[in-house]
Design a protein around this ligand. Structure first.
Ligand SMILES: NC(=O)c1ccc[n+]([C@@H]2O[C@H](COP(=O)([O-])OP(=O)(O)OC[C@H]3O[C@@H](n4cnc5c(N)ncnc54)[C@H](OP(=O)(O)O)[C@@H]3O)[C@@H](O)[C@H]2O)c1
Length: 312
């Protein structure tokens, strides 16, 4: 991974050109760097799935955005750059007073958490949710969104320090996945019922245990495969307890679906950054040229929340 001069992107029909001030690191970036997660067809080969900056150009057919607007955006790629062309439906207005580095910490993890907890997982007030990897970028966003929506929030993390940070963000109870059996602990913490929703970032290695930890009618939402892709399932156990298995990626979704995810988030959650019920969790800010160090920090599991890259 290195910096290089490349031709400037242009805003095509329906797109907006953004002068980047900050971007941020996601697990998928580290996979793409290693050749495992190529961008969808037609998308920039440059790594980077989110950006915050100013609108400097507007393509044909775009309404509601103009030069100088402060925006943050979800991207399918191209974020580690000075200029980025963004489909207009993926732009979010930066709340007044928010810094570029805070804004860049929002799109990918908050949109992922919001869509998967509420739209796909149908998490409701009063229900219990288990969030795996509570200290990560997605995890820290998911804890706050679920807590704010009135759910009871259980998390897993790999250290006492990370669990403490999760509690500060609104988690009701934490489970150290290196020391405790999360299935046993979830049952204990939910009066024997299990979790109504599990937001999972492990995949195969947790599949059987996740199904065991669900309540009747529970929904397992798989968004990460850090524990592998292939596993057997006891379908009989799923049927008897009426469990649902849901999985998705954000990056490959059609533009209209992404625009709908952005609309729902902006209407429901964006005001939370102004009223104090939501906050960005920035582990550290590094210059864009130090993206390799930021990737190493994420791969070593050092971060709580987001690793942000400042663009000069
Ligand atoms: N499907 C989608 O649309 C989508 C979108 C965004 C992200 N994702 C996925 O979501 C996951 C999180 O992404 P991120 O950017 O938030 O990365 P991140 O900040 O690196 O978070 C990953 C977390 O996984 C946790 N983890 C590792 N092993 C674990 C285990 N055995 N049990 C429980 N947790 C464990 C780590 O926590 P500890 O160090 O505490 O163990 C770490 O906090 C990644 O797998 C990513 O690919 C999916």
């Amino acid at each position: 991974m290195h910096l290089a001069d490349v031709p400037d992107p242009v805003a095509g029909p329906g797109e907006v050109l953004v002068r980047a001030r900050a971007t941020a690191v996601n697990r998928a970036d580290t996979l793409q760097r290693r050749g495992f997660y190529p961008p969808p067809p037609g998308v920039s080969e440059i790594i980077g799935m989110e950006v915050a900056g100013e609108v400097v150009g507007v393509g044909e057919g775009v309404e509601g955005w103009s030069a100088g607007d402060r925006v943050m955006a979800l991207l399918a790629g191209g974020g580690y750059a000075e200029l980025v062309a963004v489909p207009a439906g993926q732009l979010i207005r930066v709340p007044p007073g928010m810094s570029w580095t805070d804004a860049a910490a929002i799109p990918e993890v908050f949109l992922t958490a919001h869509d998967n907890l509420f739209t796909r997982g149908r998490l409701a007030a009063g229900e219990t949710v288990l969030i795996h990897g509570g200290g990560g970028g997605v995890g820290t966003a998911a804890i706050q969104l679920a807590h704010r929506a009135g759910a009871r929030v259980l998390v897993t993390a790999g250290s006492a320090e990370k669990l403490e940070r999760c509690r500060e963000l609104g988690a009701d109870a934490g489970i150290n996945h290196r020391e405790e059996d999360f299935v046993v602990r979830v049952r204990e913490l939910s009066g024997g019922q299990g979790a109504d929703v599990i937001l999972d970032v492990m995949g195969a290695s947790y599949l059987t245990r996740n199904l065991d930890a669900l309540a009747v009618e529970g929904r397992l939402v798989i968004i990460g495969l850090q524990g592998g892709t292939i596993s057997d399932i006891d379908l009989n156990a799923m049927m008897r307890r009426r469990l649902s298995l849901i999985s998705t990626t954000l990056r490959g979704r059609p533009l209209e679906q992404k625009a709908e995810i952005v609309r729902r988030f902006a209407a429901d959650a964006l005001p939370g950054f102004a009223d104090g019920s939501l906050r960005t969790v920035v582990d550290r800010v590094l210059p864009l040229a130090e993206a390799p160090a930021a990737h190493r920090a994420m791969e070593a599991g050092e971060n709580v929340g987001k690793l942000v890259l400042a663009v000069d």
